[in-house]
Structure formats: C-alpha cells, structure tokens
Design a protein around this ligand. Structure first.
Ligand code: PBG
Length: 335
C-alpha cells in the first residue's frame, strides 16, 4: 500500500548527515564542569560506588586540572574528603586557612591559572554529623542563621585561596545575599556566586556522600529540612527567584535527569545562566547498568547529557566531563 502523504517527517531522518543538519542540541566541551575530589596524602583512591572516579591527591588533582584544560573543559568543581579525625560538630576545620581544600585550590590555580575553579560553600565536608550546617542547641535541626554566618567565612577563605566561583550548596535561607556582602567586604567583588538554588533532597547523592564521608553510620542522614521536596516544582522556582534577587550570578538545578522539568522552567524564566548537576547517583546508575550489560554505556551516557542540555541547562556538572570532552574534541561524540 502507498499512503498519500505529503508530510513525511522521516525524510529528515534518512541519513546521518541529514540528521546532523537538523539536530537542535549540541554538546560542547565548554558546557561541561568537572567535579573532582581531593584527599590528603599521596594516594588516589577509587570510590567504590563511583567507578572511574577517584579521591585524588593534590598532585593528581592538578594533573586532572591540566587534562580538563587539554580537552577544553572551562571549569572544575573541587570537593575535599576530610580525615574523619579532623571533623567536629561545628565543622571548625573549614576555618583552618591551609586546610586540604584551600591547599588544593591554590595548587590548581598555580598550575592552571586560566581554569575556572569552583568551590562548594557548605559545612558537610567538615562536620562529624555530615549536615551542611550547624545544629541547633537541641541537636534536632540545622540552624539557619548561624550556619549562614559560618558559610560567609568559608566563602571568603575559598576566595582567598583563589576560587573563581563559590557555590553555596547548603540550601540555607538568605545565604546568597550574605555571602555576596561578605565577599564584597573582603575585596572579592569579582568572585562569582553559583547558587545551588533548586537542590532537592535526593537519594541520588548517596555515592557522593561515600566519596566525602558525609554519610554517617549505616543510615543516610536526612537533609529534608533544608533541601527541597522532590515533589515540589513551585517551591523550586521560589528558591531560584530568591537567589536571583540576592544576586546569584548563576543558578543551579540538582539533580539533573529526574528534574528536567525544573531545568526547563528555570531556563525559561531565569535571567541568569542555568547550571545543572548530574549527580553521583545519576553517574553510578549508568555505570552499574552498563557493568551488568543491561544498558549500552556510551549511548546512555551521551543521551543523558543531551537531554539535560535540551532541557535548557547552559552548563552541566558531570563526572563524565573528561571522557565526554575528549570524545567531543575527537569528533566521536554522538548523542
Ligand atoms: C553537599 C553536597 C552534596 C553534593 C554536592 N554538594 C551532597 C549532599 O547534599 O549531601 C552532591 C553531589 C553528588 O551527588 O554528585 N554540600
């Protein structure tokens, strides 16, 4: 049978070159931000739940920064894995000016002055309980305002170490504005703020908490009293709006893949660039399924990133950054 059809969309899907001509979304190395972990000592340790991702010595971290530059990745985000013995309930190690994070940032900026270095502003690497902030006197909740005060000090120390962008990831109220004032007062008015604005209380952070040791005991701690309820879209927009009013330079949605609707909405409505964080659990799911032979590794990985870009992300934090940037630059990346 021959249908009488004048409209046949399949014409534009006929060959690879035609498909390339009509492709709407392209991933570039400049879209990518590479999250990197650092630990003290000379060893690199692979993170069990994140195959191919390491806690790096400072020396290896610097080498990875050089690799990022080589493949055209403009920025890295550095996360410290702090010795458990240095952690306490108030995260006081965060205020030690030559702690692991600040030494790592200095080393990275010394070897790679043009690479954009992003640091998290949060207490969880330093607190013995793994929360992003200070506990209230009864120990039952994370106290907002005293946490914001501590975050301001961390942000200034990070800027002093050479961070180009500080990224508050804690979801306290009012922290973006307070950090902006603290940075300006300390003479860092050029240091930008990437706000984790719509950060959901997600199970997908599990492998990251393995990596930095913020998961205490067998049970994952609940951050639901400060991170967003995964069920809430309107509240996510409110958070973005407030962070913009508090002069965030970039806003972020996190995680990415389960929250593409949020990325789309923020991208449509926001007047500043939008980042999305493809978090540890998104990475590990793809790695695990590929290891079992259940999903094709490269195709699933590439599709996940194109989908995040298509949803409206201007930049993507992803543990796949280096390998994908390499494939893009060698012309081997296909969605
Ligand atoms: C905490 C922080 C988390 C991540 C980045 N910063 C985890 C958390 O909120 O417990 C998660 C990143 C990932 O899962 O890849 N400040």
């Amino acid at each position: 049978m021959k249908l009488q059809l004048s409209r046949r969309p399949r014409r534009l899907r006929r060959t690879d070159n035609i498909r390339r001509m009509v492709r709407e979304t392209h991933l570039h190395a400049s879209d990518l931000i590479w999250p990197l972990f650092v630990q003290d000592g000379s060893e690199d340790t692979e993170i069990g739940s994140m195959p191919g991702v390491f806690r790096n010595s400072i020396e290896s971290l610097v080498r990875r920064c050089q690799e990022a530059e080589k493949w055209g990745i403009p920025a890295v985000a550095v996360f410290p894995s702090i010795e458990p013995s240095l952690k306490d309930p108030v995260g006081s190690h965060g205020l030690v000016p030559d702690n692991l994070l600040y030494r790592a940032v200095r080393a990275a900026k010394e070897k790679c002055p043009n690479l954009v270095v992003i640091t998290d502003v949060a207490l969880d690497p330093y607190t013995s309980h793994g929360h992003d902030g200070l506990l209230s006197a009864d120990g039952l909740t994370v106290d907002n305002d005293s946490t914001v005060e501590a975050l301001c000090r961390l942000a200034v120390l990070e800027a002093q170490a050479g961070a180009d962008i500080v990224a508050p990831s804690d979801m306290m109220d009012g922290r973006v504005g307070a950090i902006r004032s603290a940075l300006d007062e300390a003479g860092f008015s050029d240091v930008a703020i990437l706000a984790y604005s719509a950060k959901f209380a997600s199970a997908l952070y599990g492998p990251f908490r393995d990596a930095v040791g913020s998961k205490i005991g067998k049970d994952a701690i609940s951050k639901a009293s400060y991170q967003l309820d995964p069920a809430n879209r309107r509240e996510a927009w409110l958070e973005v709006e407030l962070d913009e009013l508090e002069t965030a330079d970039i806003v972020m949605v996190k995680p990415a893949s389960y929250y593409l609707d949020i990325i789309r909405e923020v991208s449509d409505k926001s007047s500043v660039p939008v980042a999305a964080y493809q978090v540890s659990g998104e990475y590990s799911q793809i790695q695990a399924a590929a290891k079992l032979g259940w999903l094709d590794y490269e195709r699933t990985r590439n599709e996940s990133l194109i989908a995040i870009k298509r949803a409206g992300a201007d930049m993507i934090l992803t543990y796949f950054a280096r390998e994908v940037a390499e494939e893009i630059s060698l012309g081997r990346f296909c969605r």
